[in-house]
Design a protein around this ligand. Structure first.
Ligand code: ATP
Ligand code: MG
Length: 249
C-alpha cells in the first residue's frame, strides 16, 4: 500500500427529491482511500451505502461536494468522459449480479472489453485466466439462468475485473450467496488488494466480512459515524460488533 489516495471525497452530499419530499441521504462525507487499501463500509439499511458507491462510480451525481479519482475531480466531467473514466478505472460488483440473461458466462465477462472497443478474441488468454481465477471455467458456455447464485456472483466479479480496474466497488457481494461461497468471494477480493494492488470498497452487513478489510467505516444519519483501522481478524470482528451495537445498528 502506498500513501497516494486513489479515491477521495470532500463534503459529499446527496439529496433525493421525490415530489415535494426531500431526503438528505448523505450529509458531508469526506474520505480518502489509498491505492491497494481494502475499505469496508457498514451501516443500517437505507443509510446511503449503495448511494455512496453509485456516486463514487459516477453512476449518479452528488448534490454537492467533490469526488477525486487519482487526484482528478470527476464532478465537472461530461457524461461521456465520466463513462470512459469509469470503464477504464472502476469495476462494480452488484448484490444481484446484474448479468445479461441472453449472454453466456464468457460473453458477460467479455462485455466490458467489447464496450471499450477491444476484440475479446485478442484478450482470450486474459479472459481464460480470469475465469480460471474465479473458478467458473467449466460453466463458460452456460447462460445466467443455468447458474447458482454463487456462480453468478463469480461471473459478476470476473466481469468487474475484466478491464483490470484500479478501483473495485462491491455492493454486498456476499448478500445473496451461501456462507462457503461468501468466504471464497472475500478471499478473491482480498487477493485483488494484496496481489494485484487494486483498491477495494466493500459494502457489507456481515461483520465477519467487514473484518477482512484494512479499515472499516460506519455510515449513520448521513455521516461517517466511526472509522477505524483494523488490526487482527478476531479482535476486529468483536470491535465491529461493539461498534454496531453502540450505533444501534
Ligand atoms: N433514486 C432515488 N430516489 C429517491 N430516493 C432514493 C433513491 N435512491 C435511494 N433512495 C433512498 O435513499 C436512501 C438510501 O438508499 P441506499 O440504497 O443508498 O441505502 P443502503 O444503505 O444501501 O441500504 P441497504 O443496506 O438496504 O442496501 C433510502 O432511503 C432510499 O430509499
Ligand atoms: Mg444498498
Amino acid at each position: 500500500m502506498t500513501d497516494s489516495p486513489v479515491l477521495a471525497t470532500r463534503a459529499l452530499t446527496k439529496v433525493f427529491t421525490t415530489g415535494d419530499r426531500t431526503l438528505c441521504v448523505l450529509n458531508g462525507i469526506t474520505l480518502s482511500v489509498q491505492k491497494g487499501e481494502f475499505l469496508t463500509i457498514m451501516g443500517p439499511s437505507g443509510c446511503g451505502k449503495s448511494t455512496l458507491l453509485h456516486l463514487l462510480s459516477g453512476l449518479e451525481r452528488p448534490t454537492s461536494g467533490d469526488i477525486m479519482i487519482d487526484g482528478q475531480s470527476i464532478i465537472g466531467l461530461s457524461r461521456r468522459r465520466m463513462t470512459l473514466l469509469r470503464r477504464a478505472k472502476i469495476g462494480f460488483i452488484f448484490q444481484f449480479f446484474n448479468l445479461l440473461p441472453n449472454l453466456t458466462v464468457r460473453e458477460n465477462i467479455a462485455l466490458p472489453l467489447l464496450i471499450g472497443g477491444e476484440r475479446p478474441e485478442s484478450r482470450r488468454a486474459h479472459l481464460d485466466a480470469l475465469m480460471e481465477w474465479v473458478g467458473i471455467t467449466d460453466r463458460m458456455e452456460h447462460f445466467p439462468h443455468q447458474l447458482s447464485g454463487g456462480e453468478m456472483q463469480r461471473v459478476s466479479i470476473a466481469r468487474a475485473l475484466a478491464n483490470t480496474p484500479a478501483i473495485v466497488l462491491a455492493d454486498e457481494p456476499t448478500g445473496n450467496v451461501g456462507t462457503h461461497v461468501g468466504e471464497e468471494i472475500m478471499r478473491l477480493l482480498r487477493a485483488c488488494a494484496d496481489d494485484r494492488g487494486q483498491t477495494i470498497l466493500l459494502v457489507t452487513h456481515n461483520a465477519k466480512d467487514a473484518a477482512r478489510g484494512d479499515r472499516v467505516l460506519f455510515l449513520n444519519d448521513g455521516v461517517i459515524a466511526s472509522n477505524y483501522v483494523l488490526t487482527g481478524p478476531e479482535v476486529n470482528e468483536r470491535r465491529i460488533f461493539a461498534c454496531l451495537q453502540e450505533l444501534g445498528i
